[in-house]
Design a protein around this ligand. Structure first.
Ligand SMILES: [Zn+2]
Length: 183
């Protein structure tokens, strides 16, 4: 379309890969299943393989990763959707696991083994970098959370001893707010 003529964009007609071979389908399902098992990591961050590579066919905006846990069973749902207000575009979001796996298999089929190995190690490097920076972020948040918890425990102790000032209550309220944010 007019919006996305750059060669670096991956074009998928109709927003979803409609016809794929049986072999490819089986491969994608296998990768999808593997992804599902590997996502125990804190249940909050995802590595989006196609970040910056997808453009919405309807509104022309970049598509960005979105993660949520829906329904009563809190089923993990990772998608790509366009970076625009919902009212502005009626395009469907795309299943991230499926699309990442689909593109990975397509690329794998087109690359020579030597180049494929290079590509895989590059992607793995990026994933590792992403994970370690996320690990650091997670550790920092956890530490702040523990500090807030300790402070709140101290305030509770003080109140139990009969120390009950406006200042202390205000502090407790601030800490409670901070705790919620960190959670
Ligand atoms: Zn759109």
């Amino acid at each position: 379309n007019n919006h996305a003529q750059k060669d670096s964009y991956i074009r998928i007609g109709g927003g979803c890969p409609a016809i794929i071979g049986k072999k490819l389908f089986v491969q994608v399902q296998r990768i999808k299943a593997k992804n599902k098992r590997n996502t125990g990591r804190y249940h909050s961050k995802e590595f989006y393989l196609l970040t910056g590579k997808l453009v919405c066919d309807v509104c022309g905006k970049r598509m960005i990763g979105n993660l949520r846990f829906s329904g009563r069973s809190k089923t993990r749902l990772a998608t790509y959707r366009c970076n625009t207000h919902r009212a502005m575009c009626n395009n469907k979001e795309l299943n991230k696991d499926y699309l990442d796996a689909y593109i990975a298999v397509l690329i794998g089929e087109r690359l020579k083994p030597k180049n494929l190995r290079k590509a895989v190690s590059k992607v793995n490097q990026q994933v590792q970098k992403f994970n370690s920076s996320y690990d650091k972020y997670h550790t920092d948040v956890l530490q702040q959370y523990n500090e807030v918890q300790d402070s709140l425990a101290n305030i509770t102790k003080a109140i139990e001893k009969g120390i009950f000032t406006d200042d202390l209550l205000q502090r407790a309220e601030r800490l409670e707010n901070e705790k919620t944010k960190l959670e």
